[in-house]
Design a protein around this ligand. Sequence first.
Ligand code: ATP
Ligand code: MG
Length: 554
Amino acid sequence: MSTNDTPAASNFIRSIIANDLKDNKNNGQVITRFPPEPNGYLHIGHAKSICLNFGIAAENNGRCNLRFDDTNPEKESDEYVEAIKRDVQWLGFEWSELHHASDYFEQLYSYAVQLIEQGVAYVDSLSAEQIRIYRGTLTEAGKESPDRSRSIAENLDLFARMRAGEFADGQYVLRAKIDMASPNINMRDPALYRIRRVHHQRTGNDWCIYPMYDYTHCISDAIENITHSLCTLEFEDHRPLYDWVLDQLKTPCHPQQIEFARLQLEYTIVSKRKLNQLVTEQHVHGWDDPRMPTIAGLRRAGFTPKAIRDFCERIGLTKQNSWIEMGVLEYCIREDLNDNAPRAMAVLQPLRVVIDNYQEDQIEELEVGNHPQKPELGKRRVPFSKIILIEQDDFAEIPPAKFKRLTAGGEVRLRGSYVIQCNDVIKDNEGNIIELRCSYDPDTLGKNPVGRKVKGVIHWVSEQHSHPAELRLYDRLFKVANPDNEENFLDAINPDSLKILTDCRVEASLANPEPESRYQFERIGYFCFDAKDSVAGKLVFNRTVTLRDNGEKD
Ligand code: ATP
Ligand code: MG
């Protein structure tokens, strides 16, 4: 992990672990895991869990595994497995061991047989609907299935035949025999195995029965000698089941499950199911669309791993669910890019400026610093020539109050270059401004003009040296802070979440950027080069974030 991250603040999980280490629990080891289900791409909520699990392990000379919880083959795929690995590594973490819950299918099966032999699991022929009715409610105890008293021998036989494929999907389930009157509904004889004839991306057609999540998760943790099994709050009520299974099996390792609050981020969605819907219904252009809160989307938008880690540290860790403002995430990336992104010039909506007193074929290679506070980021050459392009709205014939840019007859400084004065405004037949005729003051390169003050500074590019570019300005994907509260979250999609500017120009030095290079386009915002969508003759840049909170320029 990089060393210049925000220092770790104390939180309740760090305290628990510090105490365990003090007591020499688990022989002083800390082993965690990040256990995604490969049914979608990782999102910013997962980043919180990744930073926590890998971070806690790293801080304590421990280990963290990556484990795919692949027990729902219908929704899972290898594409997701690969994307998840890529994203974890990109965030800056290296797993100690890579596992799949499906690697444990045989072991899980043996453990289930053991539970049957111990008389604490049985094969039930109730239908899913009947099981639901028998389960009871929060205020009403459940009812025992008639199959609950089936003999051990018969249970063993039926379970073996479930595996052998003798029964139809749904005909039987294996259930734990716990307590149908438990106040915790998760303890009312939960299902452990179901029959499902689906192809699994790793085990193919080897199995027609699949273990349930709760059963699989605790055993997988125990097999891997996990010491602290960190998960989100919705699993709090599942902890008794987690402990029950391991107690019954007397596994040598019994990890401690600790729950923390999920990340909920305003103006977006952190649910793989809903993100999947956005992708499949084409409300966005794929999982890595820069508007998506996925790691892949944030990456494509230009977020850095450091900014995401910094965000996860800043939001802290509690047991209370709360909403985090999008501004916090934006603050983190802005801070990183302000420090580290080289500056460059890009013109969104070009206006031609002809400098009449500059020689026709003269070109000056001006040396311009890449970062105002960091000379170590070096300098680049920015060509200056007779015809340059400036931003249309950096010129006003009739300037509003406090307008500090170029006006008819007025002067302005070109960033890193000369002061120019506008002498004439050329318009087409409809009165649109199509060109400015200006003059430059040759005595103003790197120094103030003599005898007068020029306050405004604008960005520009040399027309003949600049490159055509498409700039994509992204905004929040949703119009409301909490789209989950809407009847249909799709109704809350922001119709203006993407504005595409197709006639932009970027400076000469950006002829061939490295994929994912990030820049501060002076006075405009932070942008990231999109190698995936760029083609010869058109460079594509995605806006990561505006320069300031309100998105206004100076
Ligand atoms: P989703 O509902 O988006 O599918 P999930 O919890 O089902 O989320 P998993 O792939 O099972 O997704 O999650 C892997 C790990 O990431 C789990 O330990 C889970 O608790 C954690 N996680 C998922 N979402 C969040 C979140 N919003 N904040 C913090 N941790 C999360
Ligand atoms: Mg899940």
